[in-house]
Write a protein that binds this ligand. Sequence first.
Ligand SMILES: [Zn+2]
Length: 174
Amino acid sequence: MHQVESYQKQLSALHSADEVDKFFKKIQSEEKNSEVLSSFALQTMKVFQAEQGYLTAYYCYRILSDHCKPEIIGDVKKIREGLPPLPGLRDYRTDYDELLALLENRAKGKCDCTVKTKYNTSPSDALFKIESQQSDQETYSTSYEVICKKCGQKWNVTEDSGYHYPVFGWKKSK
Ligand SMILES: [Zn+2]
């Protein structure tokens, strides 16, 4: 896993959030070996420090939830327990609660949508296809009709923009 160490070195040499953002976008588009990517994300989070900021934790969560198998549940539990609190509007550690729930759900052979729809996921998440959307100017809300690309389940989503960040309510449609 020579490449993993090389990525770790590159990441530790970065100093601004902007550089971290560019670095993760670059490796996500260029690294074709998903085992290298997920192993890098796992190693990075095992030694994660508050000074690194939430962006690293966010990208690693994205990589792990896109590429990981249930075998890493034990590692993710340990990572989640050790995550430091960070200032912010929402607790970034919720992402790791979702990741654990996703992995446990996958271990049972269930589709990711049953978990993602409980964790304020946006309908523009890659797992879903938006079939229609409608905005209501008076209530600052938008309704979507969405279909899960994996299992075909249809969902009705309501986006409420009256908060500091968008809040999504998901309901199964028949
Ligand atoms: Zn599904």
